[in-house]
Design a protein around this ligand. Structure first.
Ligand SMILES: Cc1cc2nc3c(=O)[nH]c(=O)nc-3n(C[C@H](O)[C@H](O)[C@H](O)COP(=O)(O)O)c2cc1C
Length: 223
């Protein structure tokens, strides 16, 4: 039987203007984040990737089971294998599997089946969601709210990388079971996404459509 104990918790007693200023600063910084699809091969220090994954690892999770694994890929061989497999799935998606409505929704983003960034960018972080494992990583204990928990961790990962001045791309080839094989992960883990990390290419652009964000009045109600 597990035990329950508490420890003290407090936060700095900031004046309200300081809290508001911090919230505004974070919002304004995050407004600058864009999904980047044109990367340079300029190296990125492993220390940044480690810190960002540690930041992601602080995320809240169902029963604190932390049901995530980040497979960090930098070898040319593995990146090539991921690109080959992802492009094969993406060719099937764009030519056959995707509905007309889905393809129409993607048109303003200009995406297609070619994914050169999977080889150009210095780092690929392949995110896995663990159906089982618990806090002790025993591969048997049931995990809870897995997708929600891993989604929050990914948000914190993306935020940290952006704050570190790096470009990211959230890539979801579908289906993506091949990532489990290439990254040597067990069958209790489900690949959720590939987060491509690096510096934007000198001539990088982003779709105008991506900058169109809903206003506060559209995304919030106050009761
Ligand atoms: C779960 C998820 C899956 C995504 N999958 C892809 C993808 O496979 N390929 C891609 O180019 N962009 C992908 N994106 C990026 C979105 O297209 C992008 O976030 C959106 O257009 C908004 O642009 P922004 O990130 O620059 O704000 C994905 C984003 C999310 C959150």
């Amino acid at each position: 039987m597990r035990e329950h104990t508490n420890e003290p918790y407090s936060l700095p007693d900031l004046p309200d203007f300081e809290r508001i200023a911090r919230a505004h600063a974070m919002r304004d910084s995050l407004k600058q984040r864009r999904t980047c699809r044109y990367f340079s091969d300029k190296p990125v220090s492993r220390e940044i990737i480690e810190a960002a994954i540690e930041a992601a690892g602080t995320a809240p999770s169902g029963a604190n089971h932390q049901p995530w694994h980040f497979a960090v890929v930098s070898s040319l061989e593995k990146k090539h294998a991921i690109r080959e497999a992802a492009e094969a799935e993406e060719r099937a998606f764009y030519s056959d599997k995707a509905s007309g409505e889905w393809l129409d929704a993607l048109t303003p983003l200009g995406t297609d089946a070619d994914k050169p960034f999977l080889e150009t960018a210095p780092w690929l972080i392949v995110v896995f969601a663990q159906r089982k494992g618990g806090i002790d990583d025993d591969a048997e204990t049931q995990n809870y709210y897995v997708t929600e928990s891993v989604g929050i961790a990914c948000g914190m990962l993306l935020t940290t990388l952006h704050e570190a001045g790096l470009a990211t791309l959230t890539h979801t080839p579908s289906p993506m079971g091949f990532l489990r094989d290439i990254c040597d992960r067990p069958s209790v883990e489900k690949p959720l996404m590939v987060i491509v990390v690096g510096h934007p290419a000198n001539d990088a652009t982003t779709p105008v459509h991506a900058a169109r964000k809903k206003a506060l009045s559209q995304i919030a109600s106050w009761l």
